[in-house]
Design a protein around this ligand. Structure first.
Ligand code: SF4
Length: 450
């Protein structure tokens, strides 16, 4: 018998969706890390957007979007990243390419934009993004960037990110390459004990929360990528003895490059949820090979866990037995969210990511309950179908998933770039439980469902 989900899923998409029927991981695998299926209306952003989200939080960087104005507006002030210094990074500068530029080439317009920006603001670091149309007409942005780097002795870095050149993960790699272009200039710093934090974007000040934990435990933070970073802090990055990678999807590539070029080993961590925050802090101290730090980390985490115990129990009583769907950017975040829901007695019945890797999906499959739907690179129609089938109470996602949840009359929690309150660390555990409870147990859903 054909079910509703059979008829709603495109044939080409079926290998990117699996159902957990057995205990543990079936090992059958899911198709992932591939370009989106044409016509499937992917929830993923484009290559340029992937690059921009990684580079945007560098607080003293300037971003010139070489392309039509629409690309710039698409990613203007896209993150809730906070800054302790400059805030010009929140602006977009665009060459605003028009028909004439497409016919005769846009390099001159890019040169004029760079000249104006450099003379007006005296920047030290500029990223120039090539968007779709620039990829098509073939403007030589490498040559233009080099010309201005040499002329003004500043970093003018090309980011080749036409939307059609891959998927959002390609954009992450382009951003990491751009960061490496800067770091390679300063890669011979003497090593010191301390860490770089990669893949945290200081959304709602989360980087400051994590840095505070490091301070309490006694772990020096040398540089951050890219939340609340700047050129001066980036220059010191090569001196770190360890890289810790929070958003594995966007930053593992950078960690690998830094390992090869600067000999910095890395570990993957997650600061979402009590379990993962605790494990990550202890893991960092262990990876630094310092027994005293490890003991301090354990004592610190035990104290924090004790402080949270009764609050978790209160929320657990209110949320026990609810059903959740998760659709987020990367696999590591999805895994942390499933664990957070498990702690609260909430069943994750639908879970998907935009850029998850095979190994992420294997972990996901082994920690969710039977009958859970697991999707890679889903579209709204699939999410709607499976959320309806599984009678979900809440969807955790980003700005593009919010209208879908509300139209379906189910609760929503924003766990993406735009949010204004921290969900990382021990503080984040409380905020997350509160938001889930406020949303799921809001009386409005009873009226809507009636
Ligand atoms: S897909 Fe192309 S045109 Fe659209 S925002 Fe991305 S770079 Fe710009």
């Amino acid at each position: 018998m054909q079910t509703e989900s059979d008829s709603k899923v495109l044939e080409d998409r079926k290998k990117s969706i699996i159902f957990k029927y057995e205990d543990g991981c079936t090992g059958k695998g899911i198709r992932c890390e591939v370009d989106s299926v044409s016509g499937a209306v992917s929830q993923r952003a484009c290559v340029y957007c992937g690059a921009r989200v990684v580079l945007n939080p560098i607080t003293d960087a300037f971003h010139i979007v070489h392309g039509p104005i629409g690309c710039a507006s698409y990613t203007w002030d896209i993150r809730g990243s906070l800054s302790s210094g400059e805030d010009l990074y929140r602006n977009s500068f665009s060459t605003d390419l028009r028909e004439k530029d497409i016919i005769f080439g846009g390099e001159r317009k890019l040169e004029a934009a760079l000249e104006e920006l450099i003379n007006k603001y005296k920047p030290k670091l500029i990223f120039v993004y090539a968007t779709c149309i620039v990829g098509v007409i073939g403007d030589d942005i490498d040559a233009v960037c080099k010309k201005f780097s040499d002329k003004y002795q500043i970093h003018v870095i090309p980011v080749k990110s036409p939307g059609f050149s891959g998927n959002k993960s390609t954009g992450y790699r382009m951003a990491c390459n751009a960061i490496m272009q800067v770091l390679n200039t300063y890669k011979e710093q003497p090593k010191q004990k301390g860490i770089n934090i990669l893949g945290d974007y200081n959304l709602a000040g989360e980087m400051w929360i994590i840095k505070n934990y490091m301070k309490q435990i006694g772990i020096p933070v040398i540089s951050t990528f890219t939340g609340d970073s700047n050129l001066e802090s980036m220059k010191k990055a090569s001196s770190a003895s360890l890289n810790v990678v929070q958003c594995a999807g966007s930053s593992t590539y950078l960690a690998n490059q830094m390992k090869d070029a600067m000999g910095i080993p890395y570990i993957k961590v997650s600061f979402f949820g009590l379990e993962d925050t605790t494990a990550s802090l202890i893991h960092i101290a262990e990876a630094l090979g310092d027994e005293k730090l490890r003991e301090k980390a354990i004592i610190y985490c035990e104290k924090k866990q004790k402080e949270l115990e009764s609050t978790i129990e209160q929320y657990r009583k209110k949320l026990y037995g609810k059903k959740a769907a998760i659709y987020v950017g990367g696999g590591f975040k999805a895994i942390s969210l499933i664990r957070q829901f498990n702690t609260l007695g909430i069943h994750t019945v639908v879970v998907g990511t935009q850029t998850g890797k095979k190994e992420d999906y294997e972990i996901i499959e082994s920690i969710v309950e039977k009958d859970t739907v697991i999707l890679d690179d889903a579209n709204p129609s699939e999410l709607e179908t499976f959320m309806k089938e599984r009678v979900v109470d809440i969807l955790v996602g980003g700005v593009k998933e919010r209208p879908l949840a509300y139209k379906m009359g189910i609760a929503f929690c924003d766990h993406n770039h735009e949010r204004k309150h921290p969900l990382a660390g021990f503080e984040g555990v409380i905020n997350f439980m509160k938001e889930i409870n406020d949303s799921v147990n809001n009386p409005v859903w009873n009226y809507i469902r009636q």
